[in-house]
Design a protein around this ligand. Structure first.
Ligand SMILES: *[C@@H]1O[C@H](CO)[C@@H](O)[C@H](O)[C@H]1NC(C)=O
Ligand SMILES: *[C@@H]1O[C@H](CO)[C@@H](O)[C@H](O)[C@H]1NC(C)=O
Ligand SMILES: *[C@@H]1O[C@H](CO)[C@@H](O)[C@H](O)[C@H]1NC(C)=O
Ligand SMILES: *[C@@H]1O[C@H](CO)[C@@H](O)[C@H](O)[C@H]1NC(C)=O
Ligand SMILES: *[C@@H]1O[C@H](CO)[C@@H](O)[C@H](O)[C@H]1NC(C)=O
Ligand SMILES: *[C@@H]1O[C@H](CO)[C@@H](O)[C@H](O)[C@H]1NC(C)=O
Ligand SMILES: *[C@@H]1O[C@H](CO)[C@@H](O)[C@H](O)[C@H]1NC(C)=O
Ligand SMILES: *[C@@H]1O[C@H](CO)[C@@H](O)[C@H](O)[C@H]1NC(C)=O
Length: 293
């Protein structure tokens, strides 16, 4: 029954959205002892097609734990949808879905764009071994998306302050209403650039803040606490300055990261528009300057 529903939905989706591209992300080489195998990433060019299929696979038979499939889009929202066991969807610019391992692994997702513009989207998989804290594992079930595990960081832009929020993690041996002095919440951030809206800087910024090792190396440590129930922090807002936010949860030496989120202090579409308008008016003024002669 469940399987039938899955194929029916998938078939309906293929017909409706005209899936033309499919990307396979093979994470077979994951090894908990080798930092370099804890994240995988690729760029998906979302041009003519509205919907792209993403398949996460592993032929390993000894893997336990979970992974987060992430999609990061610079300017426009994308929707990431999981099928079968990951029947869920999430929309935004920095999104992800969390899935537990089964051996061997074949999980199917689709990525849709909400615009007819051409997009390039950074797709990443971050992988964690068994008994690592689960980002957003104690989420209150979202009435709109029905998400039970929500590893996202929500960014609320403001003129003076940027607030970040995330749902509580679930931690080995604790119920969802407990704080724990043995578990640590660490917040990191990284500035990207000022008034420069080059997507390459954005993608490189996120790519450098995906794995726990890279976050500690490339990010700037902000604060540490043992308060698991309310994950939030305020930052000064510098409109037009790109900033990546990350939250790490550590218990018994095992650390996981929420899906990194980016803010420019204001809606990026508006900032890009202003930037273009600003440059155009500068060009215009140069053209209008009286020529010496
Ligand atoms: C699974 O086994 C392979 C081969 O023995 C090893 O290289 C790999 O690290 C193991 N993976 C895990 C998650 O233990
Ligand atoms: C989108 O990409 C396609 C394929 O590369 C190209 O033909 C088309 O002109 C592009 N459209 C826009 C709006 O850039
Ligand atoms: C698993 O996949 C990897 C990468 O594709 C490959 O190198 C390896 O030989 C495969 N192992 C098995 C047991 O199929
Ligand atoms: C993008 O997605 C976010 C989160 O779902 C939503 O709040 C926002 O309104 C969307 N923006 C647009 C332009 O659709
Ligand atoms: C793709 O998305 C654009 C913008 O939302 C829409 O105008 C277009 O009809 C869609 N195409 C298909 C094949 O769904
Ligand atoms: C996303 O999930 C919601 C709630 O489960 C559902 O109503 C909606 O149809 C889903 N959207 C897509 C594109 O699958
Ligand atoms: C958890 O810790 C936070 C911050 O120290 C505190 O505000 C909250 O009341 C604590 N909750 C419980 C149930 O201990
Ligand atoms: C506007 O000008 C600045 C400085 O010359 C440049 O870095 C930026 O890329 C320009 N923006 C656009 C949209 O052309």
């Amino acid at each position: 029954m469940l399987l039938l529903t899955f194929w029916a939905i998938l078939a309906a989706l293929c017909i409706q959205k005209g899936i033309t591209a499919s990307y396979r992300i093979d994470i077979s080489s994951y090894n908990p002892l080798d930092d370099k195998t804890h994240t995988f990433h690729l760029f998906v060019n979302h041009f003519e097609q509205n919907s792209t299929e993403l398949i996460v696979t592993s032929n390993a038979t000894n893997t336990s734990g979970f992974y987060i499939l992430q999609a990061h889009s610079f300017e426009y929202n994308v929707t990431l949808t999981g099928y079968g066991e990951v029947a869920n969807n999430v929309t935004g610019r920095n999104v992800g879905l969390l899935q537990f391992f089964k051996n061997p692994l074949v999980n199917s997702f689709s990525l849709e764009k909400m615009t007819d513009k051409n997009l390039t989207v950074l797709i990443a998989v971050t992988i964690y071994e068994d008994k690592t804290p689960i980002p957003g594992g104690c989420a209150k079930v979202d009435s709109i998306t029905g998400m039970k595990i929500n590893p996202l960081i929500r960014v609320i832009d403001g003129e003076e302050i940027i607030n970040i929020r995330a749902e509580a993690p679930s931690v080995e041996g604790l119920t969802c209403d407990m704080n724990d002095t043995e578990t640590r919440v660490d917040i990191y951030h990284k500035y990207l650039s000022s008034q420069n809206f080059n997507p390459l800087i954005y993608y490189e910024g996120i790519r450098s803040m995906l794995s726990v090792e890279d976050i500690k190396k490339n990010g700037k440590f902000v604060s540490s606490s043992h308060s698991l129930l309310t994950l939030k922090k305020s930052f000064s807002s510098y409109i037009g300055v790109g900033e990546v936010f990350v939250i790490l949860i550590t218990q018994n030496g095992k650390t996981s990261a929420y899906v990194p989120a980016v803010s420019y202090g204001q809606d990026i579409e508006i900032l890009i528009m202003k930037d273009k308008a600003g440059n155009a008016s500068i060009t215009q003024r140069i053209l209008e300057m009286p020529r010496r002669g």
